[in-house]
Design a protein around this ligand. Structure first.
Ligand code: UD1
Ligand code: UDP
Length: 369
């Protein structure tokens, strides 16, 4: 089958890295990068690190308001789809690049394949929720990661073309986590970041959701991170959009919060695996913490990854921006006197298997083509 696959943001580059080898084993893949993310640390660096193919088309759209960004992407993508005449357009996840790939293709009558179909936060104030709903309703192949995602689609009347394939990101995490389980991997990261990081001796954090870039929300999660930093340093890999929002609001973080640039994939998994705990609003990071069995506080009111929370034996907790709750859960999940032992034990016993999603997606598309 001739497929145009569309990426644009950091998590989509990571998902593509998991899928592309299996996709290219059976299909002709034309790789399009919208350029929604454009910093070297948010996008460029992942091409080399994850051995991604060079894009056949780079749209270079960058940031802007939702309308501006989406409109620029639509205008740039349509002629490419017309010229490439693919049998299908494949999109990943729930970003504006996902929406555009699905919409441009559907309007041209090209079948759409959606990876990570069916996820719902049931909060339409989130831009991601709008993107997911629209992409799913325009798709012919709906590759759902979880049973809840399949059920969500069924509740919206979508049953045809739905296939539960498992979580594509787990395929990549399984391979890379095995390479970084040794404490030496953390020592190398500590040295490159020039931070004194020992297993269980720090917490790792990321924050980038649009709702967490509002001034009141930033004050609230900054307080949560400051409380965590009173016990052990918090390493915050800061998205450039969040950094800009903090600067604009004049919010300074506690000195115990060690702000670092966005990191590569391998470094990020290393930092998660050996941390005492992870604090995040990222969809990808919360699942990775779950697979690595690192305690995780989700800095959102709800999550679309309900199974990850349910299957975590209480290690993943949705705390929102509730400072009291976050402090209590940190004390429970990462006790000051035992975090080192727990972290070492986790790394030593880690046993993460691939989900097989990449192969399942590629095979399903073969059957169709
Ligand atoms: C986007 C996705 C979000 C996803 C996240 C992954 C949408 C609506 N949101 O959010 O679902 O979880 O990517 O990280 O698609 N910026 C830079 N350099 C970059 C990229 C962004 O400076 O390389 C700054 C710019 O100020 C930009 C802002 O971040 O305006 C927001 O970027 P954008 O791509 O619009 O959304 P994200 O917040 O990254
Ligand atoms: N990630 C990374 N560097 C970082 C922060 C995150 O490589 O500094 C990885 C993380 O391990 C996960 C993915 O990026 O694989 C998640 O992407 P992000 O948090 O940007 O978006 P979301 O998953 O919330 O859409």
């Amino acid at each position: 089958m001739r497929i145009v696959s569309v990426v644009g943001t950091r998590p989509q580059l990571i998902k593509a890295a998991a899928l592309v080898p299996a996709l290219r084993a059976r299909h002709h893949d034309v790789f399009v990068d919208t350029g929604q993310h454009y910093d070297e640390a948010m996008a460029g660096a992942f091409f080399a690190e994850l051995a991604l193919p060079r894009p056949d088309h780079s749209l270079g759209v960058g940031g802007g308001s939702h309308a501006e960004q989406t409109a620029r992407m639509l205008l740039a993508l349509e002629p490419i789809l017309v010229a490439e005449r693919p049998d299908a357009v494949l999109v990943y996840g729930d970003t504006n690049s996902t929406l555009v790939g699905a919409l441009a293709a559907a309007k041209l009558g090209i079948p759409v394949a959606h990876v990570e179909a069916g996820l719902r936060s049931f909060d339409r104030r989130m831009p991601e929720e709008l993107n997911r709903v629209i992409a799913d309703h325009l798709s012919c192949w709906l590759f759902a990661p979880t049973p809840a995602a399949v059920a969500n689609l069924a509740a919206e009347g979508i049953t045809s073309g739905v296939l539960q394939v498992g979580d594509l990101m787990q395929d990549l995490a399984a391979r890379v986590a095995a390479e970084v389980r040794d404490a030496a991997a953390l020592a190398a990261v500590a040295s490159s970041l020039d931070l004194p990081l020992a297993p269980g001796g720090y917490a790792f954090a990321t924050v980038h959701r649009a709702e967490n870039r509002e001034p009141s929300a930033m004050q609230a999660w900054a307080a949560i991170l400051a409380d965590a930093a009173a016990v052990r340093p918090v390493v915050l890999a800061l998205h450039p959009g969040t950094r800009a929002a903090l600067d604009a609001a004049g919010i300074a973080l506690d000195p115990g919060v060690r702000v670092i640039a966005p990191q590569g994939y391998r470094t990020t998994l290393t930092l998660q695996l050996h941390a005492a705990a992870v604090l995040t609003d990222s969809g990808g990071v919360q699942r990775e913490a779950g697979w690595l069995r690192t305690p995780c506080l989700i800095l959102r009111d709800r999550t679309e990854w309900v199974e990850a929370v349910a299957e975590s034996a209480g290690r993943i907790v949705v705390v929102g921006l509730d400072r009291r709750r976050a402090a209590d859960e940190m004390a429970r999940l990462a006790p000051a006197d035992d975090a080192l032992r727990l972290a070492a034990e986790r790394a030593a016993t880690m046993d993460l298997a691939p989900a097989g999603a990449a192969e399942a997606i590629s095979v399903a598309l073969s059957a169709a083509g």
